[in-house]
Design a protein around this ligand. Structure first.
Ligand code: IMP
Length: 196
């Protein structure tokens, strides 16, 4: 079976193929499926946004489509930046600007606990939907550490590993990350669905 990934992110395509190829599933890009869709993420939950993206690409391509929506939820900031993680601080900021803003907003705050969340949704042309959620708990550092990963990785500390997400190899990150866990849970649900 072939699924289209509702994203332009080449790294996500590789990650999804690595795990789903174990089920004999191939995940292709929007370009390979002949679609180019920019979905407005108007939802207020990760579930809503991943459904919006997967549904739009499924409808445009006529193929089953898979999407992931993810972000960082910080307890002392009442779950912010959450679904707005990619847009935190507005359009003018890059990844470094966004995590600096987060560190500023965390000054004097406690606790510093947070979690990364990822929700993966697959929409089929017959109306069926499969969805899975993964979470990775950690704390927000006082300064950035590490060069790997992307986004908020340099300021997200994993107490169990005593490293930030940006200090992990891609393999180590996949083993603990929200997206890795959501993908594993999704794989189990998809396997169940396909065996019915
Ligand atoms: P999206 O799911 O591609 O819309 O990503 C949402 C945003 O959440 C990203 O732009 C990052 O800022 C943040 N984010 C999601 N996953 C990660 C991660 O694994 N590490 C660091 N930041 C992440």
């Amino acid at each position: 079976m072939k699924l289209v990934l509702a994203s332009k992110n080449a790294k996500k395509l590789v990650e999804m193929n690595t795990i789903l190829s174990q089920l004999g599933i191939e995940v292709c890009s929007e370009a390979e499926a002949g679609v180019d869709i920019d979905v407005e993420e108007t939802g207020t939950t990760f579930e809503e946004n991943s459904l919006l993206k997967a549904q739009a690409v499924m409808q445009a391509s006529g193929m089953p489509a898979i999407a992931d929506d993810s972000g960082l939820c910080v307890d002392a900031l009442q779950g912010a930046p959450g679904v707005y993680s990619a847009r935190y601080g507005g359009e003018g900021l890059d990844d470094v600007g966004r995590y600096r803003l987060l560190l500023e907003n965390m000054e004097g705050q406690s606790p510093r606990t947070a979690k990364f969340v990822s929700v993966i949704t697959c929409c089929f042309p017959n109306g069926d939907v499969i969805s899975a959620r993964g979470e990775c708990p950690g704390t927000i550092t006082y300064a950035p550490f590490g060069e790997g990963g992307f986004g908020y990785d340099p300021v997200f500390f994993l107490p169990g590993l005593k490293k930030t997400m940006a200090q992990l190899t891609p393999e180590e990150k996949n083993a603990v990350s929200h997206r890795g866990q959501a993908l594993e849970a999704f794989k189990v649900k998809l396997e169940e669905y396909l065996s019915k």
